[in-house]
Design a protein around this ligand. Structure first.
Ligand SMILES: Nc1nc2c(ncn2[C@@H]2O[C@H](COP(=O)(O)OP(=O)(O)OP(=O)(O)O)[C@@H](O)[C@H]2O)c(=O)[nH]1
Ligand SMILES: [Zn+2]
Ligand SMILES: [Zn+2]
Length: 243
């Protein structure tokens, strides 16, 4: 089961210890599952570092625009950089198909009842890419503002995509994932007026929860603000190659 929310995520059953009574056993399962995840994430990070691949873990609620953002980024930047995407969803290969239509490689992971990606899933996806040629690996996590925050995937940056359709108060209602993120992409700003979205209030909440993160205000659909995001990506790739 998922050690975060108790759902039916796969891969955790191996850690059960029958000798414990139920409650202790669940505690033990949680500890061991996180240790195993962190161990794999450590090795992934080493491998990405060695190869100079910039890795971004995109987290958000369902439908915030992660795939749209990746499609636009692929179309705008694939002549400059070799990019690939690992797509996480519970069911369907829709997002991987959308990414492949832009001409870059994508690998779909279906988590079924699972609510987040784990480092082991990323590790198993890697052989399907030409890592020697890769500059940027995007990981689109399962749409969920709670569980993905607990799982290190070996990424350099966690990018939280928040859309204005979700309301201004998400940073203070789900602080965990906002605290653990490095970049906020406030998406769908083309809808701010229609929704009477209080952007000042949202900026204030984002700063209060995590003043360290950089925020980009974009419309992935219309292209507004996307140049700033591309410039940030360029500098992050350059920095990663230097290490
Ligand atoms: N108005 C507007 N709509 C957008 C924008 N970005 C994405 N959308 C729309 O929002 C919907 C969801 O977008 P997706 O890119 O599929 O969102 P997602 O985060 O990948 O969704 P999941 O993978 O299901 O979590 C689609 O109808 C997009 O066209 C935007 O900037 N403005
Ligand atoms: Zn969970
Ligand atoms: Zn998607």
């Amino acid at each position: 089961m998922c050690s975060t929310c108790g759902c039916g995520a796969s891969g955790h059953d191996n850690f059960e210890h029958d000798e414990h009574d139920h409650d202790v056993r669940i505690l033990h399962t949680m500890e061991t599952a996180f240790d195993k995840n962190n161990h794999i994430a450590f090795h992934l990070r080493e491998e990405f570092k060695e190869r100079g691949i910039l890795v971004l873990n995109l987290v958000s609620s369902p439908g915030s625009g992660k795939t749209t953002l990746l499609e636009k980024t692929a179309l705008a930047m694939s002549t400059e950089y070799k990019m690939a995407v690992i797509e996480g969803d519970q069911e369907t290969a829709n997002d991987a198909e959308r990414i492949k239509n832009t001409g870059i490689s994508a690998y779909q992971i279906n988590t079924l009842s699972g609510c987040h990606l784990e480092a082991g899933m990323v590790q198993r996806a890697l052989p399907s890419f030409d890592l020697d040629a890769l500059d940027i690996l995007f990981i689109e996590n399962v749409g969920n503002l709670v569980c993905p925050s607990e799982y290190d995937l070996g990424e350099d940056y966690r990018v939280l995509v928040l859309s204005v359709t979700e309301g201004e108060d998400k940073p203070i209602k789900y602080p965990g994932i906002f605290i653990s993120s490095d970049i906020f992409l406030l998406n769908k700003i083309d809808l701010v007026d229609i929704l009477e979205f209080d952007i000042e209030k949202c900026r204030k909440y984002l700063k209060r929860i995590n003043s360290r993160a950089t925020t980009f205000e974009v419309s992935a659909r219309k292209g507004t603000g996307m140049d700033e995001w591309y410039d940030w990506l360029r500098s992050a790739v350059a920095q990663k190659k230097q290490k």
